[in-house]
Design a protein around this ligand. Structure first.
Ligand code: DGT
Ligand code: CA
Ligand code: CA
Length: 569
């Protein structure tokens, strides 16, 4: 899928237009289209092919033509022209969160800053804090943002990597030269970001398989190529390794290249204690030199007398000890999921109607969704007032009467305002089946304020779930100043459920925090935060986080049957 690539181009156009001071309607249309394309799980090429580009929010005649041109030729003249009009350094500066076109112009006129390096130097030399509207905190925030920006350019969100891998694996299978093929590395472990992508395969004709790989349409550069291994860089600058292994070594090599490195080191120790030398090629019995081969990587664990360890928890975080003592968790699975607890419709900022979201959820085999549109404080999102909330509840009741085998929970994503009050009165919240509360403003408040808001919300008997509890956005924004232990105490004490937001740039709670929650007895709800029907498909990313957090079926609310879904009473 080229969705991320096309979205990237549209985002860039939006920013270039902004630097040029073009009209804000046009700027926003490109950004909106980019977000929608990034968010949909439907293949943009398929949408273009079926002439449905204009169904995407923000996409009109002119943007549709541009997407078409880019998809067909890999080139967009309008974009190339824009880039020529704006220096690349300025464009890069805009990638730093907190630096918009206006700030950029101001910094240029005051200090002559026109690159990220110059901005960083000015901040470190404390030349920014003296400027009007700046000050010490803002200067420090800019330094942090630059540091994050530099990290972000090196690791790739799972949400970008996974569709790419599916595309590559699909294309290689079609080539006819591949027998077995499996992605390995951090991607197989479903880490929230991956450094590079590692793919393992077997083939009767390894050189031909390697040739097919380096000639895939996604390939931009070939970094290295041998007869059984190649490394390429894709058009969106992601490095991919393909290794062709001998068939008999597939199990041990998949185990080795899945990692993590720390997990492997400990597993090799265990092997040695049992008299084996473990490598990517085989398990060798040290006393006799006899070589043992495994078809799958589960087989490697079994041969060592261990229960197979799911890839998602191979981080040397206690899983090997658990396997040794026969106490591995039975991780929650995607097929256990019966519904979604965080769904928007066109009543607020969603792109689809209530009925469309329900139909899409039914297609996924779900038994229910909770419709959780924004509340009124989010003006930009067209949030619900008291009246509209009550009207929506009414409409959901009517809809439920027409549905069989499916239930819509009437919910709300109510804003926790900066003064810790909720955006809708208890009298209205009480009438919702599910109240999801979340912070959307005042995110930079000090920890005491932030925690006060979260805890006050959790103490409200109407609040069932806290959405995206730490507020972090991967590669873009740090978590709010949250004390995770205090949050978990409050959640446990009040019976409030915490969300794993499945949207790939959030994945919040994170794997580590989800595991802490489980250990405190705090239940988790996975919500996709769907803003269109395609987003409902993001559930798998939430399940990945849950699995990495060692969660089992009973820890996750979405595994319950409709009748058993019960929050605070
Ligand atoms: P990444 O790419 O930074 O997100 O993380 P990984 O885990 O994919 O790491 P990568 O791509 O460097 O290597 C893939 C796997 O190969 C890694 O998970 C475990 C294995 N591996 C790599 N280097 C070593 C090593 O020095 N010792 C051992 N035991 N395993 C290694
Ligand atoms: Ca890797
Ligand atoms: Ca690698």
């Amino acid at each position: 899928m080229r969705n991320a690539e096309v979205a990237g181009v549209l985002y860039n156009i939006s920013e270039l237009l902004e630097i040029k001071g073009e009209n804000s309607f046009k700027i926003r249309a490109y950004a909106r289209a980019a977000r929608a394309i990034e968010g949909t799980t439907e293949d943009i090429e398929k949408i273009a092919h079926e002439n449905r580009l204009k169904d995407i929010p923000g996409v009109g005649e002119s943007i549709a033509l541009k997407i078409g041109e880019y998809l067909a030729t890999g080139h967009l003249q309008y974009y190339e022209d824009l880039k020529k009009q704006v220096p690349a350094e300025l464009h890069e500066l805009l990638q730093i969160p907190g630096i918009g076109p206006k700030t950029l112009q101001f910094l240029y006129s005051e200090l002559g800053i026109k690159s990220v390096e110059e901005l960083e130097r000015a901040a470190r030399e404390h030349r920014l804090r003296r400027l009007e509207h700046f000050g010490e905190t803002k200067e420090e925030n800019i330094i942090k943002a630059i540091e994050r920006y530099r990290q972000r350019s090196t690791r790739i969100p799972l949400g970008t990597a996974l569709p790419l891998v599916k595309e590559i694996v699909g294309a290689l299978k079609k080539s006819g030269f591949i027998e077995k093929i499996e992605p390995a590395g951090s991607l197989r472990r479903r880490k929230e970001t991956v450094g590079d992508i590692d793919i393992l395969a077997t083939s009767k004709d390894a050189p031909a398989a390697i040739e097919a790989f380096v000639h895939l349409p996604v390939v931009k550069d070939i970094i290295g190529k041998g007869s059984t291994k190649a490394t390429i860089v894709t058009r969106d600058a992601i490095q991919v390794d393909l290794r062709i292994m001998e068939s008999k070594s597939f199990g041990t090599s998949l185990q080795y290249f899945t990692g993590s490195k720390e997990h492997n080191i400990k597993l090799r120790d265990i092997a040695r204690q049992k008299g084996f030398k473990l490598s990517e090629y085989d398990l060798e019995e040290i006393s006799t030199g006899r070589k043992v081969y495994c078809e799958s990587d589960d087989g490697v664990y079994q041969k060592l007398g261990l229960l197979p360890i799911p890839p998602e928890i191979r981080e040397d975080a206690g899983e090997i000890e658990a396997a040794v003592s026969g106490k591995l968790p039975a991780l929650v699975e995607y097929n256990d999921i019966k519904g979604d607890f965080h769904v928007h419709t066109d009543w607020s900022e969603g792109a689809n109607t209530l009925v469309e979201m329900v139909t899409a959820a039914q297609k996924l085999g779900y038994e229910y969704i909770a419709v959780t549109d924004h509340s009124k404080a989010l003006g930009v999102a067209h949030g619900l007032s008291e009246e509209r909330m009550l009207a929506q509840i009414e409409e959901i009741h009517k809809l439920n009467d027409t549905l069989s085998g499916f239930h819509v929970f009437s919910g709300i994503e109510v804003d926790i305002k900066a003064d810790a009050s909720l955006d809708l009165p208890d009298s209205v919240l009480k009438q919702c089946d599910v109240v999801v509360a979340a912070l959307h403003t005042g995110q930079r408040q000090a920890g005491r304020e932030i925690m006060g808001r979260l805890i006050t919300a959790m103490e409200n008997e109407n609040v069932d779930i806290i959405a995206h509890p730490t507020g972090r956005i991967i590669g873009e924004r740090e978590a709010y100043d949250v004390d995770i232990d205090a949050m978990l105490d409050a959640a446990a004490g009040t019976g409030t459920v915490l969300e794993i937001n499945a949207y790939p740039n959030r994945l919040d709670l994170s794997d580590v925090n989800a595991r802490k929650a489980k250990n405190r007895g705090v239940k988790i709800a996975i919500g996709t935060d769907a803003h269109n029907t395609g987003h409902l498909g993001l559930m798998e990313f939430g399940v990945d986080v849950a699995r990495r957090g060692w969660l089992e079926k009973e820890d996750v609310m979405n595994t319950r049957k409709t009748k058993e879904v019960r929050f605070k009473d």
